[in-house]
Design a protein around this ligand. Structure first.
Ligand SMILES: [Zn+2]
Length: 99
């Protein structure tokens, strides 16, 4: 079981909408209306979060969660590859693509 630590900042995943410690999430920031991955969590701009899981990656694409945050229509492939790139950066390889 996971212990609850009150000291960690909790952030909400845009896909599953669960609040989790920030280090379990990928941070994205908005660059204009474009989502960019914020690997070290220091980028300026409005941030939003996604779990480091292929499951939530799929959910985010399916529910067009990024469109909502970015307030524009994003290409599904664009989002998929962005998330894939993020997951790769964080954990050195995870396949989020579905053929
Ligand atoms: Zn999630």
């Amino acid at each position: 079981m996971r212990r609850h630590k009150t000291t960690k900042p909790m952030r909400r995943c845009i896909a599953c909408r669960e609040s989790k410690p920030q280090d379990e999430l990928i941070r994205f920031v908005l660059n204009g209306h474009d989502p960019v991955v914020d690997i070290d969590g220091r980028a300026e701009g409005r941030g939003f979060y996604l779990c480091k899981s292929a499951e939530c990656a799929k959910t985010a694409v399916k529910r067009k969660a990024f469109n909502r945050v970015c307030k524009r229509n994003l290409d599904e492939n664009e989002i998929s590859s962005l998330i894939e790139q993020a997951l790769n950066s964080y954990q050195g390889g995870m396949d989020v693509k579905e053929s």
